[in-house]
Write a protein that binds this ligand. Structure first.
Ligand code: NAI
Ligand code: MG
Length: 794
């Protein structure tokens, strides 16, 4: 044996990371782990526990407590008790705690990295160099938000008690992403780790207690999906934050509908990885390695759909196959391994099953000829090429080390293929032509785009998706807002609804009658007769008939949504252009102020001065959103790498809006204006009882250069129309300012395409108060933030 031989062979020797400290910690808990509630270790009800297994070997590492509804209730009570004193500590006090957590994570970095690798099966190189450092970074960053809270968010307060449910793919990192912002801003937490990977959460709870985190601020209840469901169902939880499968995300959306709980969902993905013919192909090959073989491909934003420009596809796939042969798969604690184990047998079987389906549906299978350990859950790096866009493996999230490849010819085709997915989480774009890459990024329907890079994360840069990848963002200022609620909305009282008037017979006289004017619907820029050819009377509060409006139905809503969908030019119009049109609407409304005031007075019995004040407020509101249109912009992040991340405020798409009866003109304008200012197209159902101000507004729109289809109005029964909007898969977001019942129904029926919802739960907004009804309180709901990462340098 001589040194020269090593140089010849260049083979790897095992380089195991020591697990003795981790073993000692596990041994201290050999009798079984407990829940962590109110600072105490709480044993499971009836001693119920389940195994946590090392997927690389099948060894049972620990016994984990199974939480039930009673355990969850105790944890929620502890969190509730701790919430007020935790918030009262103040921003600086909480900042010191989060800073202490960041430092504690760094002090225990090695132990955390080893326990994570053992329990999850991911390689130590990743837990040591990626997971744990990002965890520390998250606590540092959010210590900063705590420090700045009082000055940066004076109009907001904490949400309260947060229930958080996390998956097994990044157990400690997802814990940090969830609890750091929640705790920083004065909320308290009940966290349920995934049943496969509870250990680092329990270790973290010990570390946090040692670091002085007060009891009850962070409670950990371990268990399975039933435990998670109990947390979701608990009435004293103010918000649920979930990361996991789209299937469970849907169940949680349905379960929380109408409860008043706020919700963020970070769900699955099938993210495109687009390689143009002018890309640095070797760089892009390394990109694919990071995109799909990082964490064995068990990554929600994994670049699992490889789209390669046809002219370079053979060369590129060839290079990729050669690179695959050099990947090493083996024991997670071996520092030379690129891939570790799949989390559990059930996940391994899912991967095997989906790959078999891919092959049966015609894909060519290439697996790296790598040595796999004899036992444990291992799967080789896999490429399925020649995949049809409609194939199962091109549509379903495999959540394993399997990339599927397809080809495209033109940039437009690449965009179409990339967006041909139910999901919308992330995308990676590879081209040396910066103009091309930056042209593609805004066209991708996703929350994150990496240019010539992949799987970059930072606490300052928001992460999250759209469509069936969920809603809400983690990280950045937008992530902070998810854990705050506006003070102006906190004190809203239930809306009081007067009984509907009964129509009075109006005494007939010999006089020239007014011209009959039945307001139609407004769809695609035209006044349209309702599909059913029915109309409904509009009565004053005393029952005097004021006119009639069209009785819209499902078909009318569908036509309106189609018109809004087609008006996508508005979403690409410049902000300046949108601003001009909002000012023009204001000008034309102002010119007819007296007429609108008379209409409001007749419909609501408001005194003339009050009716005029509503019109003036509506004019001012249009002006405000004209002002905001080119000012609610994104930010440029400078995360710790050479490069920038552009946080762009993009329109959501088609927004359904259900208006209340109060302030029939001002509420209508207050809801429509922010949506269109940010480039959305809307389908609105105006006040059911007092719709005539909205129907009079048709003429204002017709004279203000508003492009056809940007604002579509369907009058009729709010609840019925809201139902169709909620069920419609081409509606991207739904705002309901109406009854508690309509709010609940809208949330429940939004599960189809997981549209974003904003509902008032029947609580009355003061539309005349700009703090409650204008500007920064609405604008975040009118945009979705897309973060475009642009690393630079050679
Ligand atoms: P899952 O969605 O069932 O599990 C995620 C978390 O939700 C776990 O903590 C689980 O205990 C909890 N949970 C399960 N049912 C629940 C319910 N009814 N109410 C509340 N909480 C509940 O995901 P699972 O079963 O571990 O994996 C299945 C598939 O989901 C994977 O193959 C993968 O495709 C996908 N997945 C996606 C993730 C992502 O980050 N996008 C993460 C984990 C899984
Ligand atoms: Mg495990």
């Amino acid at each position: 044996m001589n040194v020269a031989r090593y140089f010849d062979e260049m083979s790897y020797a095992p380089a195991p990371e020591s697990d003795s400290e981790a073993r000692a910690w596990l041994k201290r808990h050999a009798e079984g782990f407990h829940h962590v509630i109110g600072g105490a270790l709480v044993p499971p009800t009836d001693g119920a526990r389940f195994d946590s297994v090392a997927p690389a070997t099948g060894e049972v590492l620990a016994r984990i407590a199974q939480g039930d509804a009673a355990t969850v209730a105790a944890a929620v009570a502890a969190a509730r008790k701790a919430q007020a004193p935790w918030f009262k500590l103040g921003g600086h006090g909480r900042a010191r705690h989060l800073y202490a957590l960041a430092r504690a994570v760094q002090r225990h970095a090695r132990l955390l990295a080893v326990v994570e690798a053992l329990d999850n099966g991911k390689p130590i190189r990743e837990t040591r160099d990626i997971d744990v450092p990002l965890v520390a970074r998250h606590f540092y960053h959010h210590a900063g938000w705590a420090q700045l809270q009082e000055r940066e968010f004076p109009d907001h307060g904490p949400v309260g008690v947060i229930g958080q449910i996390i998956p097994w793919n990044f157990p400690l990192l997802m814990l940090a992403w969830k609890i750091a912002p929640a705790l920083a801003l004065g909320n308290t937490v009940v966290l349920k780790p995934a049943e496969f990977t509870s250990l680092t959460a329990l270790l973290f709870a010990e570390i946090a207690a040692d670091a002085g985190l007060p009891p009850g601020v962070l409670n950990i209840v371990t268990g399975d999906g039933a435990t998670g469901a109990a947390l979701v169902a608990h009435p004293d939880v103010d918000k649920i934050a979930f990361t996991g499968s789209t299937e469970v995300g849907r169940m949680i959306r349905a379960a929380t509908a109408g409860s008043g709980k706020s919700l963020t969902l970070e769900l699955g993905g099938k993210s495109p990885f687009i390689v143009f013919d002018d890309a640095d192909l070797d760089g892009a090959v390394e990109g694919v390695v990071d995109a799909i073989w990082f964490n064995q491909g068990q990554v929600c934003c994994a670049g699992s759909r490889l789209l390669v420009q046809e002219s370079v596809a053979p060369v590129f796939l060839d290079k990729l196959k050669r690179r695959m042969a050099t990947l090493r798969v083996g024991h997670p604690l071996d520092k030379t391994m690129d891939l570790g184990a799949i989390v559990a047998p059930v996940q391994l079987e899912r991967i095997q099953r989906l790959v078999a389906i891919g092959v049966a549906e015609g894909a060519a299978l290439h697996q790296a000829d790598v040595e796999l350990p004899q036992t444990g859950c291992f799967y080789p790096p896999t490429l399925l090429s020649g995949v049809q866009p409609s194939a199962t493996v091109a549509c379903e999230e495999i959540f394993g080390p399997v990339v599927v490849s397809m080809t495209f010819r033109t940039p437009d085709e690449a965009v179409a293929l990339a967006n041909n997915s139910r999901y919308g989480l992330a995308a990676s774009v590879w081209s040396e032509t910066i103009g091309l890459a930056l042209d593609i990024a805004p066209k991708l329907q996703v929350g994150v785009v990496w240019i010539n890079a992949t799987n970059l994360f930072d606490a300052a840069v928001g992460f999250g998706g759209c469509r069936e990848s969920g809603f809400g963002r983690e990280g950045g200022r937008e992530g902070v807002l998810e854990y705050l609620k506006p003070k102006a909305w906190a004190g809203r009282k239930p809306r009081v609804v007067a009984a509907p008037p009964t129509a009075r017979r109006v005494e007939q006289r010999f006089a020239t009658p007014a011209l009959d004017r039945t307001a139609k619907l407004f769809i695609g820029g035209k006044q349209a007769r309702p599909d059913g050819n029915h109309s409904r009377p509009v009565l004053s509060p005393k029952g005097v008939p004021l006119g009639e409006v069209g009785e819209g139905n499902r078909k009318d809503i569908r036509n309106a949504v189609a018109a809004a969908r087609a008006a996508d030019g508005w979403s690409r119009a410049t902000a300046h252009n949108r601003a001009q049109i909002l000012y023009y609407l204001a000008e034309n409304l102002s010119a007819r102020a007296d007429e609108f005031a008379a209409r409001i007075a007749a419909m609501t019995d408001a005194p003339p001065a009050k009716a005029l004040a509503e019109v003036e407020a509506a004019v001012a509101r249009l002006f405000s959103y004209g002002a905001w249109a080119d000012k609610y912009e994104g930010v440029v992040h400078t995360p710790p790498l050479r490069g920038v991340a552009l946080a762009l405020n993009e329109p959501i798409g088609v927004v359904g809006i259900v208006c209340p009866d109060e302030a029939p003109l001002l509420a209508f304008i207050s809801l429509v204006a922010p949506a269109i200012a940010m480039g959305n197209r809307v389908v609105v159902t105006p006040s059911e009882r007092h719709p005539l101000a909205a129907t009079d507004f048709y003429q204002v729109m017709e004279t203000s250069d508003l492009p056809a289809g940007v604002v579509n109005i369907v009058t009729g029964a709010s609840a019925d129309l809201a139902k169709t909007l909620a069920e419609h898969d081409d509606v991207d977001a739904l705002w309901v300012f109406n009854s508690a019942e309509v709010s609940a129904m809208a949330e429940r029926l939004s599960v189809g395409n997981l549209k974003r919802t904003l509902v008032d739960n029947g609580l009355l907004t003061d539309w005349h108060d700009p703090a409650a009804a204008e500007g920064r309180i609405f604008l975040p709901h009118a945009v979705q933030v897309k973060n475009v990462w642009i690393p630079y340098g050679e």
